[in-house]
Ligand binder design. Sequence first.
Ligand SMILES: [Zn+2]
Length: 445
Amino acid sequence: MAIGRKEREPFALEHASVATGNADGKILHDTTIVVGSDGRIEQISPSAKAFVPAGYHHIDASGKVVAPGLINAHTHLFAEGKLIQGKDASPRQEKAALALIHSPLGKAYLAAKVRSNVKALLNSGVTTIRSLGDAGYEMVALRDKVDSDDVLGPRILASGPMLAIPGGHGDPYIALSSSTPEQARLNARINLEHGVNAIKIAATGGVTDAKEVGVAGTPQMDEESMAAICEEAHEAGVIVAAHAQSAAGVRAALKAGVDTIEHGSPMDEELVELYRHNPRALRGFSGLNSTLSACLPLVKVSQEELGISDIIRANSEQVTSGMVQGARDGHKYGISEGVGTDTGMTLVTQYNTWRELDLMVRYAGFTPAEAFHAATQVNAKNLGVDDVTGSIAIGKDADLIVLDGDPAQDLRVLEHPNLVIARGWPVWRPKVKHIAEVDRLVETF
Ligand SMILES: [Zn+2]
């Protein structure tokens, strides 16, 4: 047993079809996967040749497909993703809610909320998440509880608050702000000292906080400040993500050395080259998470039902067409394109990660197998956790979902996993509490 890990009941999933998560949708038939008491995969073999040690629990998976658990590379856990009603309510009510969670009473409330939200992610088949913009360090605290097996949850890579410019995207509710490279570096150090696994920069403005039409993707933090943050983070082996919704913002962030671009923009030759070979990124390349789940509802659902202002609608339309084009370009040019949904934003629930894969197929040119590959193997590589998760391999953690069919053929099988296993811990009857109003609206497009 690994030091620091509680002992699990070892088991074998027998006679399963195994969805590998390879881009070509490869599947292994009649296979047995053996998982040890440390929660790691010990054996993957044709069932006829499998050896299941005495004392291991036998689980008959015949007729089922076992697949790697999903990874969601862009989550916020302080909200559920409900539709916020009322004409001009969304930014104002969101801000009131965020102000509340910084109060002493609010902190206890927030801890309970993030715990129930990660449970929704886990029960919907997501076994690894990266938070990208937290109220404080509540996700760092929850990560430690999950790592020490005190709380059952997905593996958490926690970001803490975003780093922004004064009055910029996320400031002051979920960001530390700076106006010089020196201050930006100090803010990065504050997050690193709190033990974050990732840093999030607001490189450009956002849709919900833009006060005029056309400014949603305006560059905010300068390249030099972003480069200072990347230097600090990379020295600690920590990856950096940048919220960037315009080509200018993406370019500055990539040149500064960020490891993943969130949202994105249409690509030109220089951007494609920077994504592929980024000398200042931690591992020499940069990934992309297009978060179509966060932008498409804001243009596809009627403005009346959304209750958003004309400004938000106009900015959403502009930014969304750029993000969709960026997702298409990323697929076309072979960028390391992962999957993140921006959970907690309007209409982005904690349980609908699979819908992002569906949107990548319908809007960005992915096959279902490629989208599933992006949510597993590519995400693991982009987040630097491919040594422990992202595929079913001997020595990796047993992060598994048991499904009724092959996700590489039909993504909808991901909606209701029969069984979710996170680091060897089973969730036998995974259930999520659906938000009926949100489900109805996201089903419409
Ligand atoms: Zn976000």
